[in-house]
Ligand binder design. Structure first.
Ligand code: ZN
Length: 417
């Protein structure tokens, strides 16, 4: 009925407006005046956590904080042994950040909990606000979410920030007790799953004119350092046919990386760093050093692509009479999202009147750590120009509303299963 549609549209707009207002409120808390920088366990993180806790309480949630500063807003289940559905994201940021990366997911969770307040659910609900997703301040990796999966590494406590403060000291300063980190891990048998809403940080949804998309997997990644050794020489006197130009060889290799990355399904391959020695206008390049960053949602696709690129670079080197060496320093498996939760998000989007598509995530998220604990899935929200980690990061209120409604409907779908 037309009347219902109007009411529905107003509700969507209202949810979106509320989400935007809450995100703007959290964005006031920064460590650097004039721009948003909110590092783990900083004064701005503390203030932002207080503001988030107040929002959680307003949504009827009971709020606690764990030993790593993760904020937990809980709605109890119908019985003490009911499982718990987790919904979360992070409230720390990179330096000079946008305001949506992280807080969008936390705010969507809180608004979903609020919208579901009067409804019976067969499980407990927890909204999580993690503090250490961006891994900017300490040499950790998703410390706060990894702890829920029992993967917190004790040696992280001795890691220091740029001022020499250890994580242990920073936790104590934040009011947390590092001795209680052992209490954080959850029981997988009592955890129903984990859902995370996040800005896409890429241009695909915008290009397809969709507000939301459902993540199928978080890409695995291989990183390598490569060195090409040729022979320096006078740029004026050594004939073209008698050169071993390391940079010219590298140029062919980079073109090969781009070609192979384009051909492989859902994969991306990037040379982000390339330096030339000696780096003089009138000297034939003797050596280059470059990096490889190769990602794909399927480990088999990524392994084959790495092999194709490395063997291709060797062939280029051989043909050109230069030496090629590569050293892999990272090999991270892809994280598959859970089929049931993916289907619940898709059904939720359909019930919310949103078209979706499935897409892989090129960036890492708390869901990588949470997937080691329980079935996990992510909902991506269109962001302007695919821009993130940048003050220009932007989304619309309508899309934020669509994300909250999708999340609410997905929880309802899971409740009826
Ligand atoms: Zn993020």
């Amino acid at each position: 009925m037309a009347g219902d549609a109007t009411v529905e549209d107003a509700a969507v707009q209202d949810l979106g407006a509320r989400a935007m207002a809450m995100i703007a409120d959290l964005a006031r808390h920064t460590d650097e005046p004039g721009r948003l920088t909110r590092l783990y366990l900083s004064p701005a993180h503390a203030a932002c956590a207080d503001a988030t806790a107040a929002m959680m309480r307003d949504a009827g949630l009971g709020v606690t904080r764990d030993a790593l500063g993760t904020l937990v807003g809980r709605r109890e289940g119908p019985t003490p042994d009911a499982k718990t559905l987790l919904i979360g994201s992070h409230i720390d940021s990179v330096v000079n950040a946008g305001i949506y990366d992280g807080p969008l997911g936390v705010v969507c969770g809180i608004l979903a909990a609020d919208a579901l307040r009067g409804e019976d659910l067969p499980f407990a609900l927890e909204i999580l606000a993690f503090g250490d997703e961006e891994n900017v301040r300490f040499p950790t990796s998703l410390a706060s979410s990894s702890a829920l999966a029992g993967d917190f590494r004790p040696e992280w406590l001795d890691g220091t920030d740029a001022d020499g403060v250890t994580l242990r000291e920073a936790l104590v300063g934040f009011g947390c007790d590092p001795e209680r980190i052992g209490d954080i891990p959850r029981d997988p048998a009592r955890t129903l799953g984990y859902l995370e809403v996040h800005i896409e940080q890429g241009p695909v949804l915008e290009a397809r004119d969709l507000a939301v998309g459902v993540v199928t997997a978080i890409n695995g990644a291989t990183r390598a350092r490569c060195i090409v050794d040729g022979m320096a020489g006078h740029a004026g006197t050594v004939p073209m046919g008698m050169r071993a130009d390391a940079l010219a060889a590298t140029a062919e290799m980079i073109a090969l990386v781009e070609r192979a990355g384009t051909a492989a399904r859902d994969a991306v391959a990037t040379v982000g760093v390339c330096t030339v020695e000696p780096g003089a206008l009138n000297v034939i390049p003797a050596r280059t050093r470059f990096t490889l960053d190769i990602r794909a949602p399927e480990d088999g696709v990524r392994a084959a692509l790495v092999e194709e690129i490395v063997s291709g670079c060797r062939a280029v080197a051989e043909r050109r009479g230069v030496a090629f060496a590569e050293e892999r320093f990272m090999d991270q498996a892809a994280t598959a999202m859970d089929d049931t939760l993916v289907a619940a998000l898709e059904a939720g989007a359909a019930r919310a009147g949103e078209r979706t598509l499935r897409l892989p995530s090129g960036a890492g998220h708390d869901a990588v750590a949470m997937a080691r604990l329980c079935p996990s899935a992510m909902l991506f929200v269109r962001c302007e120009g695919g821009i993130s980690h940048n003050p220009a990061e932007n989304i619309t209120a309508a899309d934020a509303g669509a994300a909250v409604r999708t999340l609410v409907e997905a929880v309802r779908v899971l409740a009826r299963r």
